[in-house]
Design a protein around this ligand. Structure first.
Ligand code: SF4
Length: 249
């Protein structure tokens, strides 16, 4: 069963997908930026309830206080080596974003009914994944993903669009429906961008799934020239010829 996260790893670098598929752990040294992303992800799950409070900024502030105590419980393994000083830096960095977030939050979007992190699985497509939310708008279902990194000037990043398309294919299969749109929530700004699900991206998702299947079967892709190697945790094991490595694994 291919996971939607395999497709997104493939989009970052096909070899990354290969190593993850072989059960290798992507080693990430926790940085303040990384902790901020985890905090923002958790904060974004509370934006709807913060909007329901009389003072949204105050509610976000309180949520951040709660999370600064609880984040280590939620991300036990990831944050095991994080010092109190790093955590404090990360929390105060996120706190500076709250005012901007509270001004941008859309009450229309965040008042919609949604299911958090539904597990979606299709034997027919050999695909599985868990979007951050599945939103219900009338008779319609629309997946939503939370992103904690940069937001493009317009629209959404290509990888976000493909990730949403993959979830849409799963939702259609499971709910016997047609998904026409999805949402990307850029947590750092509290902004939401709507994405129309397009035919050529559906095609692309199926092509990506087939490429990941080949990787599952042992095929090691070539190192792409524009691969993001600089901060990659697989750097140490990646510098081998594909044929040799394929035999080795
Ligand atoms: S080191 Fe570079 S080529 Fe290798 S997996 Fe990482 S990003 Fe990809």
């Amino acid at each position: 069963m291919i996971r939607v996260s395999d497709l997104t790893a493939y989009l970052k670098c096909p070899r990354m997908c290969y190593f993850m598929n072989r059960g290798q752990e992507l080693i990430k040294e926790p940085t303040v930026e990384y902790i901020q992303r985890l905090l923002l992800k958790e904060m974004a799950l509370t934006y709807g309830s913060a909007l329901n409070e009389g003072n949204t900024l105050c509610a976000l502030d309180q949520e951040l206080d709660r999370l600064s105590d609880e984040i280590r419980i939620i991300y036990r393994q990831e944050l095991a080596k994080v010092s109190d000083d790093m955590m404090e830096d990360a929390v105060s960095g996120v706190r500076t974003l709250l005012e901007g977030i509270s001004t941008n939050l859309s009450s229309e979007h965040y008042s919609r009914t949604c299911e958090f992190e539904p597990v979606l699985r299709s034997e027919k497509f050999g695909l599985a994944g868990t979007p951050d939310k599945l939103i219900t708008i009338g008779d319609e279902h629309a997946p939503a993903i939370i992103k904690t990194g940069a937001m493009p000037e317009n629209g959404v990043w290509k990888s976000d669009r493909l990730q949403l398309t993959a979830y849409s294919i799963l939702v259609e299969e499971i709910y016997n429906t047609v998904v026409t749109r999805g949402f990307v929530e850029y947590a750092r700004w509290g902004k939401v961008r709507e994405v129309t699900i397009k035919r050529h991206e559906r095609r692309k998702v199926l092509q990506l799934r087939d490429r990941v299947r080949k990787i599952e079967g042992g095929f090691m892709p070539e190192k792409p020239t524009d691969a993001p190697c600089e901060h990659c945790g697989f750097m140490g094991m990646c510098d081998v010829k594909s044929t040799l490595a394929s035999r080795f694994f």
